[in-house]
Design a protein around this ligand. Structure first.
Ligand code: AMO
Length: 438
């Protein structure tokens, strides 16, 4: 009988191991990225899960032919590792054998092996399963993995507990019309706009929590900054003195993510030509101050930031403070979210902040109401019925420490870190008003 004990794992190609195997033979399973035939020999470029590797085929060295080896097929090769400064990662492989393990049935409809695809974004998104084989396109998502890993590692190091909250809910957390209605058997239900209620509830028993998960927004317009399903990097922390504790935590978090990327994602940083921000202190202005510094350039909307304000404030922060980030604090307390604590000094303002980066809001956060009566009063002042929030209010009823937190839009953060122009480029299979497939 065959017994599987988990000790015989097949390994993915390890570039470090290959570099340290110069002069030795190695076996690689990979996709054929490109074949360039010369008169006496051929370059066969292989694509592993993360790297491109140059191999050299010559009929004298190799026991197989290249007859069935086409761009897009999958192969298993054995070859000798050679140093070559001109090749990817400084090595090339002299092929001894090359066996096709899976054929391709159709030629690629896109230029997968080009540096960039060179097609429109719509074509790219329509043909995602092919487009993502292009090293530039897929590097965006490897880099995105790095942002999530950096986020998670920082959170765990700082005693936050990872939680998983429901996405099918009975009540939206963020208010407004951008909520998806679904049928939950015989009951109406919604797709959650954020883990807000649950992460606040969890502060009562874990003190500090975080979540990396999808959230849903029924955006009825098509813009370069909105998608209908995005990944929210959320955290919530107890025992804060003010929202400035949350802003400090975010500054340290962003510094950590950038250095984590620099340390672990150099191949992607190179492919994507990413210019990562240098983060020192992040300036903070109140909304009122922000509108004042913008002067004539400020949008007519006095109660919130419009996209042009975000661009202009970032330009101001760069010029005045040499910072690519800027916090804006103290939004009107009459506006959502209803869970934001009112400023004790001026209750017309809420202890809520946004963080802008390279011209775009990437985060909202703030201090929340922890007192039961205060939360009931704020719900009522906004014309909301506390009965509709019965389960959320249980957390307040049985006691919550002073707390606050934030939500970062992963795709927006990655889009800005990479200086891309459309959020859809950073969503592997984006959902927007016109797109439900692939
Ligand atoms: P908010 O609704 O401002 O706050 O969202 C937080 C962050 O999520 C991102 N974001 C989006 N990204 C892509 N497409 C969208 N349609 C979209 N909508 C929002 C933005 C934004 O800054 N619960 C609060 C957070 C908190 O206070 O903890 C919340 O969800 O980057």
């Amino acid at each position: 009988m065959l017994k599987i004990d988990g000790s015989q794992l097949i390994k993915e190609f390890d570039v470090e191991e290959a570099i340290s195997s110069i002069g030795k033979d190695i076996e690689i399973s990979a996709c054929v990225h490109k074949v360039r035939k010369m008169s006496e020999f051929a370059f066969v470029i292989l694509r592993t899960g993360r790297y491109l590797i140059q191999t050299i085929y010559s009929p004298d060295n190799c026991s197989d032919t290249l007859e069935d080896v086409k761009e897009g097929c999958y192969v298993k090769v054995v070859g000798t590792v050679k140093e070559d400064d001109r090749a990817y990662n400084g090595i090339e492989i002299l092929l001894k054998s090359i066996k096709v393990i899976a054929k391709m049935n159709n030629d690629y409809p896109l230029h997968v092996s080009h540096k960039k695809l060179g097609c429109s974004l719509d074509v790219n998104l329509d043909m995602r399963s092919v487009a993502l084989r292009n090293p530039y396109e897929r590097a965006i998502f490897k880099f995105q993995e790095g942002v999530c890993n950096g986020f998670r590692e920082f959170m765990l190091k700082n005693d936050f507990t990872e939680i998983h909250t429901p996405k099918i809910v009975a009540q939206g957390a963020e208010g407004g019309a951008n909520i998806f209605h679904i049928e939950y058997f015989d009951k109406p239900a919604f797709l959650n706009q954020s883990p807000q209620f649950y992460k606040q509830t969890a502060v009562a028993f874990f003190d500090r929590v975080f979540e990396i998960a999808p959230v849903y927004r029924a955006e009825k317009h098509s813009t370069s900054r909105h998608i209908n399903e995005y990944i929210s990097l959320d955290f919530e922390m107890g025992y804060i003195d003010s929202m400035y504790d949350v802003m400090n935590m975010e500054t340290a978090l962003l510094k950590y993510i950038v250095s984590y990327l620099e340390e672990n994602y150099q191949p992607e940083i190179k492919i994507l030509d990413a210019k990562l921000p240098v983060i020192d202190k992040i300036p903070a202005l109140t909304l009122l101050e922000a509108k004042e510094v913008l002067g004539d350039k400020a949008s007519k909307n006095k109660l919130d930031l419009e996209p042009e304000d975000e661009v202009n404030l970032c330009e101001y922060a760069k010029k005045e403070f040499n910072s690519e980030f800027i916090f804006v604090t103290h939004f009107p307390s009459s506006k959502p979210p209803f869970y934001a604590m009112n400023d004790k000094k001026d209750p017309r303002l809420a202890c809520k902040f946004d963080l802008l980066f390279r011209g775009l809001e990437i985060t909202s956060g703030g201090q929340r109401i922890h007192d039961y009566d205060e939360q009931i009063a704020k719900l009522q002042s906004m014309g909301l019925d506390p009965e509709d929030f019965k389960y959320y209010l249980e957390a307040h009823k049985y006691g919550l420490p002073p707390h606050g937190g934030l939500g970062i839009g992963l795709e927006r953060l990655v889009m800005k870190l990479l200086n891309l122009s459309n959020i859809r480029q950073t969503s592997m299979f984006p959902r927007d008003i016109n797109r439900l497939t692939p």
